[in-house]
Design a protein around this ligand. Structure first.
Ligand code: SAM
Ligand code: SF4
Length: 343
């Protein structure tokens, strides 16, 4: 297995069967995969972690994804929207606290027209050259084009699962073809594009995970978020088990040795499971972490899945705390925007 892993590191493209074998390694044998992924990560990114600030600005969503607490059919969740000025003030405070990269994320909320989001992006950019990633779901080519012209740098939208029929069964409001079409449009428009997928969706197999990683390669992503599925009780998938943290880290590591250059976060969902893999993932290929920066009163309402709300401190204090934590693991903090690495 070690030989196969290092062949991939040197550029060999594995078959789906070989990828499945790697994904089924046991804890002891997976160490060689994690070590190889750490070596590749260090070759491209050194020991640095990028901290991105995420502003979850609206929990309204027109979509009905079977796994997500924000789905429109979940009537038990109180919803919120941040207004334009509130979002811009929050972004400025994050920039002042040291953030060089911000993610503006929401449900699919059409209240925010392209003009509103465009103005928000433009005004944040007037304040700072902070990198802006949008994560607002499926929109038309023209809307994406407009937002790019207004200054958005990146877009994050996971493909969720590469199994087309599984995707379609979990997304009654849309389709796999539309999702992939959106990701390709974003790439055409020159966005730095992030995709990703969940581990542990009911019906997923190791074969699907292998195909998920190959789809990231085909899409030539600049970022990829790979995180465990976490059940939310008020959704149709509420009674299923959470995805495996161990398999999540193996998928991150295999993505790193095969794709090499994408930014790979230690996902929030992996942190929520709070296993030993929460830290381990930084030594198995991950080089990014996201930190919520919207006001605390909104954080508990952005309930994609159940989670603990830990500190109620200022943006600056929370960033410092996270930095100290990463430093205590022996990692370094990047002071760059962390743009896509082109090789
Ligand atoms: N609405 C936008 C979208 O779907 O692209 C952005 C926000 S959405 C909440 C961000 C991500 O949350 C999704 O891409 C999905 O992978 C993740 N997510 C939703 N429900 C989840 C769950 N139950 N467990 C783990 N991740 C989940
Ligand atoms: Fe809406 Fe995104 Fe949740 Fe789907 S994953 S319900 S699009 S917020």
């Amino acid at each position: 297995m070690k030989e196969l892993i290092y062949k991939i590191v040197e550029g060999y493209e594995p078959t789906l069967d070989e990828m499945e074998k790697i994904l089924s390694l046991n804890e002891e044998d997976a160490e060689v995969l994690f070590k190889a992924a750490d070596e590749v990560k260090k070759r491209y990114f050194g020991n640095e972690v990028h901290i991105r600030g995420i502003i979850e600005f609206s929990s309204y969503c027109r979509a009905d994804c079977y796994y997500c607490g924000l789905r429109c059919s979940n009537r038990s969740l109180p919803r919120y929207r941040m207004d334009k000025d509130e979002i811009i003030e929050c972004a400025k405070e994050a920039v002042d606290a040291g953030y060089r990269s911000l993610v503006l994320q929401s449900g699919e909320d059409l209240y925010y027209t392209k003009e509103i989001i465009g103005e928000i992006v433009e005004r944040i950019k007037e304040y700072s050259d902070v990198a802006i990633t949008l994560s607002i779901g499926e929109r038309s080519f023209e809307e994406y084009e407009y937002l790019k012209e207004k200054g958005a740098d990146r877009f994050l939208m996971k493909h969720e699962t590469a199994d087309e029929s599984l995707y379609n069964s979990l997304h009654p409001h849309s389709s796999f073809k539309n999702r992939i079409g959106c990701l390709k449009n974003l790439k055409t428009l020159g966005y730095q594009v992030g995709s990703g997928f969940m581990i542990g969706l009911p019906g997923q197999t190791l074969r699907t995970v292998a195909k998920d990683i190959m789809l990231l390669k085909e899409l030539d992503v600049d970022m990829a978020g790979i995180g465990p599925f976490i059940p939310h009780k008020d959704t149709p998938l509420g009674k299923y088990d959470a995805g495996s943290a161990f398999l999540t880290v193996k998928a991150v590591a295999l993505t790193r040795i095969l794709l090499k250059r994408p930014h790979l976060p230690a996902t929030t969902a992996l942190g929520v499971l709070n296993t030993k893999y929460k830290d381990k993932v930084f030594f198995a290929g991950a080089n990014v972490i996201m930190q919520k920066v919207e006001p605390h009163k909104y954080r508990r309402l952005y309930e994609i899945y159940p989670k603990d709300i830990k500190f109620e401190k200022s943006i600056r204090e929370e960033r410092k705390k996270l930095e100290n934590y990463l430093l205590s693991l022996g990692l370094e903090i990047s002071d760059s925007r962390g743009d896509a690495l082109k090789i």
